[in-house]
Design a protein around this ligand. Structure first.
Ligand code: CP
Length: 303
């Protein structure tokens, strides 16, 4: 008898609405159970391997905490200090870690699509923790979880995404997730940072921040990713902040009850001011808190 294929999480694109909702509902159960001493540990005796070829604070830490709360042991592997420096390839690296029999590998890599390739060469489940400019599915799921905490359902809500949508795996995963959950998405950024085809995905597209913020229930400010820009698509940081930064004055004109999100890390004073990042409309630390419960649901579904 052949073993069942592992359940990977590689992308939100193509995921059914019901599958997204099932993960979010399971995450809500994990969040409610957090802090209870008598929790189930369905991954006891298993190992989750975190493989980060790129730096991370939130994603790596919360996958580690999520795995431990589920009872798993965690291997934290980073490219720095590994045999990658000796020229070992991505596929050799993951096949060697896979030979140590983890139940899942949580991988971040700079190449878009690298994890789809990896998933074809290993026996364990592969969880995409961010691949190049492609997708960051666990981020979109925790964002949706946070928005559902604020609004109940996303059906009929308007979410404005502001910034470097061209380079943003967070934006790409969120576009698919928010659309699947019935939200209207407005994409806003400098014309050089808006990819072709957003209208075909059902987004309203504008380079005017004022009109993008009008009527929004939530604003998701993206990090300006200097590490992924091979050409100068950006005016100076000061000009970007002037045109696209969420100042207190702009935030005060948001609809009553609107919330502000950012995936982190924040370039304070560029994407938003400190008074907005730490102000009453910000749900940024709730996003981080919810990341643990959402990643517990993801790991549980993979195992
Ligand atoms: N949001 C996010 O991916 O943050 P990290 O790069 O710190 O993991």
């Amino acid at each position: 008898m052949t073993a069942p294929a592992p359940a990977h999480l590689l992308a939100i694109e193509g995921m059914a609405r019901d599958s997204i909702l099932a993960l979010l509902e399971r995450a809500a159960i994990h969040k409610r159970a957090m802090g209870q001493t008598a929790r189930a540990t369905p991954l006891a005796g298993q190992v989750v391997a975190n493989l980060f070829f790129e730096d991370s604070t939130r994603t790596r830490s919360s996958f580690e905490i999520a795995a431990k709360l589920l009872g798993a042991e965690v291997l934290n592997w980073t490219a720095k200090g590994s045999s990658t420096s000796k020229g070992e390839t991505l596929l050799d690296t993951v096949r060697n870690i896979d030979a140590m029999r983890p139940v899942a590998m949580v991988i971040r890599h700079s190449s878009s699509g690298a994890l789809t390739l990896v998933s074809r060469h290993v026996g364990c489940a592969v969880v995409n923790a961010g691949d190049g400019t492609h997708e960051h599915p666990s981020q979109a799921l925790l964002d949706a979880f946070t928005l559902r905490e604020a609004f109940g359902s996303l059906e009929g809500r308007t979410v404005t995404i502001v910034g470097d949508i061209l380079h943003s795996r967070v934006a790409r995963s969120n576009l698919h997730c928010l659309k699947a959950l019935g939200a209207t998405v407005v994409a806003c950024g400098p014309p050089t940072m808006l990819p072709e085809g957003l209208e075909e995905l059902g987004c309203r597209v504008t380079s005017d921040l004022g009109s993008a913020l009008e009527g929004a229930d939530a604003v998701m400010m993206l990090r300006i990713q200097l590490e992924r820009q091979s050409e100068s698509l950006l005016p100076s940081a000061r000009e970007y902040a002037h045109l696209y930064g969420l100042s207190q004055a702009r935030a005060s004109k948001l609809k009553k009850g609107a919330v502000v999100l950012h995936p982190g890390p924040i370039n304070r004073g560029v994407e938003m001011g400190t008074e907005v990042a730490d102000g009453p409309q910000s749900v940024i630390l709730s996003q981080v808190e919810n990341g643990v419960a959402v990643r517990m649901a993801i790991l549980e579904a993979c195992a």
